[in-house]
Design a protein around this ligand. Structure first.
Ligand code: NAP
Length: 319
């Protein structure tokens, strides 16, 4: 049973570029749509400073400004937005294929179709000291915490786009940013690499992993291991920013739809999951490029597929 009179055609879960783009399209298709977004699990875009690769935006734009633009545009077409952390989804009426969405504070909503767009969260290194010193020098967000490290010595762990973009951002505050990467070359896009290599505040330590984070109440030292020579060294620093990839925010849905072994949702190229009526869009999908522009494309595709699905079950399809 779902004790709710809050019934929608479509519910979108997640307030990032994929979710809002889907919302713009479903509301324009005159589908009564609710978007549920969490204020604890923020879109990665909210945690991003300058964006310069979003097509159609020749000027740099801040992540929160872009989200605000998406939100305004969706609101203009009538997207309803509620705050909440979705905990569970259950099917309530197999024949009519309705879904009940239950949030952490026990609010319930009903929808004919769902678009999951809850993205991903930063992966941890899982080393000693990481949890104890979180917020005391261990961070996963340069935009949130960078300013605490004015004229200090910080390290960034990782070699992907996020690590290098955030290392460059941190040079605004830190006196020195040392990128620690487990290989001897970067995964990040070439333009970011070029910017980092010519920034004289950025150093690199190659072929190394972080084994341990140490300090009395704040980060003071990290223990590094050279993966080739197997030797350990200590590195003094005031902060460590960890950007070693993401894990999907799919706990609430991973028992309902097919995912891969790591929990990323499997879809076809129309954003259909294996469950009719449930679509997935953006960073939580398996095997995708995780860019703002690709998330927007996914959101639009999911919305169009969702509109088709609803007209089909209602017998109003335009063939
Ligand atoms: P990513 O591309 O998965 O890179 C993660 C990095 O962390 C890799 O260099 C990886 O090393 C390293 N790593 C993973 N586990 C590690 C461990 N346990 N210890 C040490 N190092 C570890 O993740 P991302 O950089 O966060 O990017 C995620 C997605 O978002 C990508 O698709 C990316 O293109 C996209 N993104 C795009 C932009 C942009 O367009 N400007 C910005 C941010 C993110 P290996 O290289 O050895 O695997």
């Amino acid at each position: 049973m779902c004790m709710s009179d809050r019934e929608y055609d479509v519910i979108i879960i997640g307030g990032g570029p994929a979710g809002y783009s889907a919302g713009i399209y479903t509301t324009r298709a005159m589908l009564k749509t609710l978007l549920i977004e969490s204020n604890t699990v923020l879109s990665q875009l909210m945690l991003t400073d300058d964006i310069e690769n979003y097509p159609g935006s020749p000027e740099k734009i801040k992540g929160f400004e872009l989200i605000d633009n998406f939100k305004k545009q969706a609101g203009y077409f009538g997207l309803e937005i509620h705050e909440g952390f979705v905990e569970k989804i259950k099917q309530i009426d197999t024949e009519k294929r309705k879904w009940c969405i239950i949030t952490q504070n026990k609010s319930e909503y009903i929808a004919e179709s769902l678009i999951a767009a809850t993205g991903a969260k930063a992966r941890k290194l899982e080393v000693i000291g990481e949890d104890d010193l979180r917020g005391k020098g261990v961070s996963y967000c340069a935009v949130c915490d960078g300013a605490f490290f004015k004229n200090q010595n910080v390290v960034v762990v990782g070699g992907g786009d996020t690590a290098i973009q955030e290392a460059i951002f941190l040079t605004r505050y830190a006196s020195k940013v040392t990128v620690i990467h487990r290989r001897n070359r970067l995964r990040a896009e070439k333009l970011l690499q070029q910017q980092a290599f010519k920034n004289n505040k950025i150093d690199f330590i190659w072929d190394s992993t972080v084994e341990k984070i140490e300090g009395e109440n704040k980060v003071e030292n990290i223990r590094l291991k050279n993966v080739k020579t197997k030797s350990n060294t200590d590195f003094k620093c005031n902060g460590i920013f960890i950007f070693v990839g993401f894990t999907p925010n799919t706990d609430y849905i991973k028992k309902i739809v097919n995912t891969d072994d790591s929990g990323w949702i499997i879809t076809d190229n129309k954003m259909n999951t294996n469950r009719p009526g449930i679509f997935a869009a953006g960073d939580l999908r398996a095997d995708t490029y995780r860019q703002i522009a690709t998330a927007v494309g996914d959101g639009v595709t999911a919305a169009l597929s969702c509109e088709k699905y609803i007209s089909k079950i209602r017998g109003t399809e335009y063939i």
